[in-house]
Design a protein around this ligand. Structure first.
Ligand code: FAD
Length: 302
């Protein structure tokens, strides 16, 4: 296959994983066992989201700080402009710097009332994401990632207006964009062409959502403006009560998507892990990544 050929071309595959901060002790255990399983794959970074309306400020910070203390991972903290003054946001940024975090995923965020309600900037806050990016860069030499929307952000007037917003974030210092998830690779590749034509040259890393639960993913997609192709719905048809088959299909669908992207020259992937390791681990394995075995295990095996 051409996939094999491109692997033999030896451009390394790089991956990053996204997690959300756990709400309960049980969720915390699931998260940390997922992190332990995925860490040996040596992701370029792992990111931790910031709850809608800034609701997880403490939990995001605690999760990221624990990653710094207890792992060799390079964590990235998501941060939004919502519900906070500039001083408050700057304080969060400084507290990340102080614990050794050097990468922030800068976002506008959605209103505390949820996606769909009108967004109004906090009177004393950062108005737009590009302002937040500039603010973060003023505070410290952070790597800053931002979002990108191959199918347009629901609030943007047009795809071109959306790409203008991305350009403003790049001009403010963004180093990398991570896309909203998508299921049609052509949509992503066409978007990258348009972004390049606009003179934007930072990496536009595809955000991959392995669909664990089709109904949930379809709902999520509706709210974020990502389309759900008919063929995808068809693949999960009739499997609502069949978790095992659904998981096999989910793995196959995501594998097909990333291997096709590799064939088409893409080598960086950001996985929305939903705090679960299995599917992501399997897909990374197919991409050629192998867990580094701890030295002690190597010795025991020798
Ligand atoms: P922006 O760059 O702010 O803007 C996107 C588009 O919307 C642009 O076209 C812009 O012009 C347009 N727009 C913005 N405001 C307006 C307006 N008032 N009127 C008209 N058009 C407007 N959310 C969280 O709360 N926490 C997270 O941790 C988080 N992580 C994310 C990670 C990724 C990779 C992605 C893709 C999204 C994430 N989000 C997160 C969601 C994000 O906060 C929302 O999509 C939000 O609505 C837009 O913020 P933004 O920074 O992505 O987009």
């Amino acid at each position: 296959s051409t996939y094999r050929a491109s692997r033999e071309g030896c451009r390394p595959i790089r991956v990053s994983f996204e997690f959300f901060p756990p709400k309960t002790e049980e969720m915390e255990r699931t998260l940390w066992s997922s992190i332990e399983r995925l860490a040996p794959l040596h992701p370029s970074f792992v990111s931790v989201t910031y709850g809608a309306g800034g609701s997880t400020r403490e939990r995001t910070h605690n999760t990221v700080a624990r990653m710094v203390r207890e792992t060799n991972l390079k964590p990235a903290a998501h941060l939004t402009c919502v519900n906070a003054t500039r001083d408050e946001v700057d304080e969060v940024v400084r507290s990340y710097w102080d614990v050794g975090v050097r990468h922030i995923v800068a976002l506008r965020g959605d209103p505390a009332e949820g996606v769909g309600s009108a967004y109004a900037p906090h009177p004393g806050g950062y108005r737009q994401t590009c302002d937040l990016v500039a603010g973060i860069k003023r505070i410290g030499d952070f790597q800053v990632s931002v979002s990108a929307y191959p199918e347009k952000h629901p609030e943007a007037a047009s795809l071109d207006a959306d790409i203008d917003a991305l350009k403003a974030k790049v001009d403010a210092g963004a180093d990398r964009a991570i896309t909203q998830f998508f299921f049609e690779n052509d949509v992503y590749l066409r978007y990258v062409d348009r972004v390049r034509a606009r003179g934007i040259d930072i990496p536009i890393v595809p955000g991959i959502l392995p669909v664990q639960n089709f109904k949930q993913a379809a709902n999520f997609a509706r709210r974020t403006g990502a389309s759900v192709p008919e063929w995808l719905a068809h693949r999960f048809e009739g499997l609502d009560d069949d978790v095992d088959t659904r998981r096999l299909i989910a793995g196959a669908v995501a594998a097909e998507q990333v291997l096709d992207l590799v064939d088409r020259g893409i080598h960086d992937f950001h996985f929305y892990s939903m705090n679960r390791a299995d599917l992501v681990y399997a897909i990374c394995h197919l991409l050629g990544l192998r867990a580094e075995r701890p030295a002690a295990a190597e010795r025991a095996a020798a």
